[in-house]
Write a protein that binds this ligand. Structure first.
Ligand code: 13P
Length: 251
């Protein structure tokens, strides 16, 4: 059975002390109740070690928002997957549209990052999603298929168990414009079929597929009720513990 997951992606927000307070508040709320989903916090590199110290890692997962496409060496300013793993983080978010768009990350580069992350023992939350132009041109499936197959379909069945997919339509990120639950479900079902064609029905059924893009407490329940939507990757609403927990408890 696949897991339901709600993951926060703090992006480039909060100082370390602010992040520690936010993580403490989320951790406190998570440990205080029986939840129907796993909870993960995606935080800036600078915050990983400090946040790790204030969460119960068995109850709240910890993710970096990126990692380098090399393991070590003369790459000033980069942070590698083994470095992320050494903080005690257990996940890394890869292929976010902001990384693809602003930092020119390609499917080929992401393939390398995915390999290094898995090698370092991290689970990967792999993002995909189309722009508004691509949607309007009828290219949603083509774009998603290229992003997923070119960066992930070299993985073995065993490795695939450590992959979580996040579908994030770019036009819905930070815009307040959520994909309707039917629009999201349609793409999630397409992704699950794609995975089934490559890895078989069982692995596809076991794959967690998250929705991201203006997800908030008021729309989470409708989105998560769809058969192929297994949770969310949350940006803006993950920066307030109450909003984030409102989404976590939508299951
Ligand atoms: P928002 O929830 O702010 O739209 O961001 C979504 C996102 O990009 C999560 O990775």
């Amino acid at each position: 059975m696949r897991k339901n997951i709600v993951a926060g992606n703090w992006k480039m927000n909060t100082t370390v002390p602010e992040g520690v307070e936010l993580a403490k508040a989320v951790n406190e709320a998570v440990v205080a109740q029986e939840l129907k989903c796993d909870v993960i916090l995606g935080v800036p590199f600078t915050h990983l070690t400090a946040v790790k110290q204030v969460i119960d890692i068995n109850k709240v997962g910890l993710a970096a928002e990126n990692c380098a496409d090399h393991n070590s060496g003369a790459y000033t300013g980069e942070v590698s997957a083994p470095m992320v793993a050494s903080t005690g983080a257990n996940y890394v978010i890869l292929g976010h549209s902001e990384r693809r768009g602003y930092y020119n990350e390609t499917n080929e580069m992401l393939k390398t990052k995915v390999d290094l992350a898995l090698e370092a023992g991290l689970k990967v939350i792999f993002c995909c999603g189309e722009s508004l132009e691509e949607r309007e041109a009828g290219k949603v499936e083509e774009v998603i298929k290229a992003e997923i197959s070119e960066s992930l379909f070299h993985l073995s069945n065993e490795q695939w168990a450590n992959i979580v997919i996040a579908y994030e339509p770019i036009w819905a990120i930070g815009t307040g414009k959520t994909a309707t639950s039917d629009q999201a479900q349609e793409v999630h079902a397409f992704i699950r079929n794609l995975v089934a064609e490559k890895y078989g029905k069982q692995l596809a059924e076991d794959t967690t597929i998250l929705y991201g893009g203006s997800c908030k407490p008021s729309n989470a329940q409708e989105l998560f009720a769809k058969p192929d939507i297994d949770g969310g990757l949350i940006g803006g609403a993950s920066l307030k513990a109450n909003d984030f927990m409102g989404i976590v408890t939508a299951f």
